[in-house]
Design a binder for this molecule. Structure first.
Ligand code: ATP
Length: 135
């Protein structure tokens, strides 16, 4: 049996995931990161993107928002602003959010609004991509 470690994912609304897993892959501002058992303790920023979780030999996929991940010897904890499983994603809503963000990005925007619109577009695009993998 593969070695496992404890993973917890929480948002302000709910405990999204809690379980023993073999591997996690997610997006950080420095690129994709994979975590296995006995990873060096660290705190890492989490970026908007898919998270892949290997549990009992099967890959689960979800969408994460911006957040943080703390890796300790005991467990790995991810705190994210929002999180969704593929079957929870409302595709029409994500398409509407994508259109709104793209429309805003066509305009001359102040730096803050540009960053907000770019993040909204990244969330919508990730939701659309991950929702295609509903089992
Ligand atoms: P919108 O403009 O549609 O609200 P958003 O990216 O600004 O999109 P968030 O602030 O990231 O939305 O999320 C607010 C709440 O709505 C969270 O609980 C999130 O899980 C949920 N949510 C956002 N978009 C979707 C979606 N397409 N399908 C399901 N839940 C969604």
């Amino acid at each position: 049996m593969a070695s496992t470690f404890k993973l917890e994912i929480a948002t302000p609304d709910r405990r999204f995931f809690s379980g023993d897993v073999e591997m996690v892959i997610l997006k950080t501002p420095d690129g994709e990161m994979g975590i296995l058992k006995d990873h060096a303790p660290s705190v890492v920023a989490v970026d908007i993107g898919p998270i892949k979780i290997l549990q009992d030999g099967e890959w689960l996929e979800a969408v994460l928002n911006e957040g943080f991940m703390e890796i300790t010897k005991e467990k790995t904890v991810i705190l994210s602003d929002t999180a969704e499983w593929p079957n929870e994603i409302d595709v029409n809503r994500a398409n509407a959010a994508k259109d709104r963000a793209e429309e805003r990005l066509q305009r001359q925007l102040a730096q803050m609004e540009f960053a907000r619109s770019r993040a909204a577009l990244a969330r919508a695009m990730t939701r659309l991509k991950v929702s295609k993998n509903v089992k």
